[in-house]
Write a protein that binds this ligand. Structure first.
Ligand SMILES: Cc1cc2nc3c(=O)[nH]c(=O)nc-3n(C[C@H](O)[C@H](O)[C@H](O)COP(=O)(O)O)c2cc1C
Length: 207
């Protein structure tokens, strides 16, 4: 079967694409507007971009009426944000923060998620996240127009927070202790990283 995604009804294209590009990690993004109102929302079109300079990216699509989501408005206004990673213990509260609250609502308060002050940026971070990245805005690349147009946010990582208990040999994050979740297709399917295998030579680690 061959499918032209651009000819499908928008909802079907979304469902098909997001069922095939899996698993997707979740950027749980805390941001703040010029008045200091805090926002927290999840985005699974998310990945690392490069490490020198350390950069990550996530995409915020416009709402069906073409308006921009609060996260994008805040990041354009204050040019900083935190990407908090989501482990399984946080999943229900993370989902609560994806509801469309009126602009200026603090979703972290609504979902009972303690936030703490970041070290460098104005946006606070999720206290319980085992890993979090303080970022400044590198640039936003907009793809498409109006409804569902994508706004790819590239963030320069200023500081990475890692809870001591998830560190492996003091150098990397232990995937088992991290217990991070991934998003699969549909609104309700997620996965964990609990089935690991290793393959390849020592050599591969260098690449
Ligand atoms: C697990 C999960 C992943 C999501 N991923 C995205 C995404 O990649 N891009 C996007 O625009 N919306 C995504 N959403 C929907 C947003 O979280 C939702 O529109 C939210 O209300 C945006 O909040 P804001 O207006 O406060 O920025 C996702 C929702 C959930 C629950």
């Amino acid at each position: 079967m061959e499918i032209d995604l651009n000819k499908l009804p928008s909802r079907d294209a979304h469902d098909l694409l997001t069922s095939a590009i899996i698993p997707r990690p979740i950027a749980w993004v805390s941001s703040v507007n010029a008045e200091g109102h805090i926002n927290l929302a999840p985005f699974s079109f998310f990945t690392g971009i490069t490490w020198s300079p350390a950069t990550l990216g996530f995409s915020v699509v416009n709402r069906p009426d073409g308006s921009r989501k609060d996260t994008i408005r805040n990041i354009e206004e204050t040019r900083n944000f935190v990407v908090n990673m989501v482990s399984q213990d946080l999943v229900s509260r993370m989902i609560e923060t994806s509801s469309a609250f009126p602009y200026g609502t603090n979703e972290a308060d609504e979902a009972n998620i303690p936030l703490i002050q970041s070290t460098i940026v104005a946006a606070p971070r999720v206290k319980e996240s085992r890993v979090a990245f303080e970022c400044t805005l590198e640039r936003i690349i907009t793809i498409g127009k109006g409804a569902y147009a994508g706004n790819l946010v590239l963030g320069s990582i200023l500081l990475m927070h890692i809870k001591d208990e998830v560190l492996e040999a003091g150098k990397t994050v232990d995937p088992t202790k991290f217990d991070v979740i991934g998003r699969l297709s549909g609104g309700t399917r997620f996965c964990t990283v609990r089935s690991l295998f290793e393959i390849g030579t020592e050599d591969a680690k260098e690449r």
